[in-house]
Design a protein around this ligand. Structure first.
Ligand SMILES: Nc1nc2c(c(=O)[nH]1)N[C@H]1C(S)=C(S)[C@@H](COP(=O)(O)O)O[C@H]1N2
Ligand SMILES: [Mo]
Length: 428
């Protein structure tokens, strides 16, 4: 395989799955062939249990009160446990970037409070010849770049599986606010790794967090050394806020949200494949309509591992409630991890008729595009829809087949809105 291929998340995940099987088979002292025989002879439940012991693992529920540092205004966010979903209507009055205070938060554990004066980023493992650590000040003094990129949760849009199939996928029931775009400033990860003497034989890089459960997930060395993979210390021109990973988080552009590890405390560089539950048990597409490739099937893996996100669209409107009648710009945004958005169509009548939306600059790859149409909104009930196409030709479909964990929903979403006659309000 060409190493360039490993920049593609899906190819990397396939590679990982085969490696995992070989490793597990070896660990329990049976040949890979025998393992495959055992697995294919068993029921599918047996296959699941090899890869998903998550039923047995009960993640302690974090105290809802102290889990998040930023102000949790109910008009800014929907809160689900330790997560904050952005309310899209607030983006109507904003620019391209999501301000830090409005940016969604996806926390498996409470936000840790880290003192930057004691902070050390540890680089270790057999893939570096000069294992060493970096202080916060050292990182800040290194060459840095800024990149405008989206971070999107793999489960963004999950609740629409229920709307479509009447069956709830497990996990946080995000509508479409599990995404944000920011300008991230940081040191290229490759710069840090090269100062630690990264070896040409290095294969995988594990980003390990300082949070309570030490959330960690590997990326291939190829992605770690990519020019826009960053160790971030600033967000939209401010010091990185605690909930978004202060003092240092990873930015892994285009890959699912979980790749962007927050509060990074150490980085293991290995010449051998590395694994974590975040790419072997979670983030897997399981369902009747998600046939497993021959390769994975032979390896005994029950589902494809989640891959790059496809296009989605959201209106800058509240999900419930009313708007007043009159001429307005109906606005929204569309995005795809697979490239720029090339076209957005909008329907005011539940998909019967469509019109082209105007795309507004900038339209950045792995971020999003703002768009609008003129709308003379008359009183009544509307079923708004938007469908985007990206430069790879992915066009949002009417629906997306169900998968148990509810990942990667990119179907067209119906946004009901009631327009009421405009009542003149005196100036306050
Ligand atoms: N240490 C750590 N990093 C993490 C997470 C986490 O729970 N712990 N959540 C991940 C997930 S699932 C997502 S979608 C993004 C969300 O980034 P944000 O909270 O800055 O919006 O962070 C990722 N990084
Ligand atoms: Mo996520």
């Amino acid at each position: 395989m060409d190493n360039k291929d490993l920049l593609n998340e899906q190819i990397y995940d396939h590679t990982k799955a085969s490696e995992l099987i070989r490793q597990r088979a070896k660990a329990i002292g049976i040949s890979r062939r025998r393992l495959v025989q055992l697995l294919t002879a068993g029921t599918s439940t047996a296959t699941v249990s090899l890869f998903s012991s998550s039923q047995g693992r009960k993640i302690a529920q974090a105290q809802e009160t102290s889990a998040i540092v930023k102000e949790i205004r109910p008009d800014w966010f929907f809160q689900v446990k330790t997560n904050l979903e952005m309310r899209w209507e607030n983006m109507y009055n904003r620019g391209y970037l999501v301000p830090n205070e409005l940016f969604f938060v996806r926390n498996n554990n409470p936000t840790p409070r880290i003192d930057p004066t004691n902070y050390k980023l540890e680089i270790f493992g057999d893939g570096v010849s000069n294992p060493r650590s970096f202080s916060y000040d050292e990182l800040l003094s290194m060459p840095s770049i800024s990149a405008i990129k989206a971070v999107e949760c793999a489960g963004n849009g999950r609740s629409f599986y229920k709307n479509t199939y009447g069956q709830e996928a497990s996990g946080t029931q995000w509508k479409l606010g599990g995404i944000g775009v920011a300008e991230w400033t940081g040191v290229p990860m490759g710069e840090v790794l090269s100062r630690a003497g990264v070896k040409p034989t290095a294969k995988d890089v594990m980003l390990i967090s300082l949070d309570e459960k030490k959330v960690q997930r590997p990326i291939p060395i190829e992605k770690a050394l990519a020019e826009d993979t960053l160790l971030v210390y600033a967000m939209n021109g401010d010091i990185l806020p605690p909930d978004h990973g202060f003092p240092i988080r990873a930015l892994v552009p285009g890959w699912v949200g979980i790749a962007n590890i927050k509060w990074v405390g150490s980085i293991q560089v290995s010449t051998l494949p590395l694994f974590s539950v975040y790419n072997t048990e979670k983030y897997i597409l399981i369902g009747d309509d998600y046939p497993v490739s021959q390769e994975l099937q032979e390896a005994g893996v029950l589902g494809e591992i989640t891959t790059e996100q496809k296009p989605k669209s959201a209106f800058e409107l509240p999900w419930e409630g009313e708007i007043s009648s009159g001429k307005r710009l109906l606005r929204g945004r569309s995005w795809s991890a697979q490239g720029k958005i090339t076209q957005v169509e909008v329907s005011l009548d539940n998909g019967q008729t469509w019109q082209q939306a105007r795309l507004r600059e900038p339209n950045l790859s792995q971020a999003w595009v703002r768009w609008d149409i003129d709308w003379n909104a008359r009183p009544g009930n509307y079923q708004l829809q938007a469908r985007a196409t990206d430069e790879r030709g992915n066009k949002q479909p009417a629906s997306v087949p169900f998968n148990e964990k509810g990942y990667l929903y990119w179907g067209i979403v119906t946004h009901s809105i009631k327009v009421v006659s405009h009542i003149h309000q005196p100036h306050r």
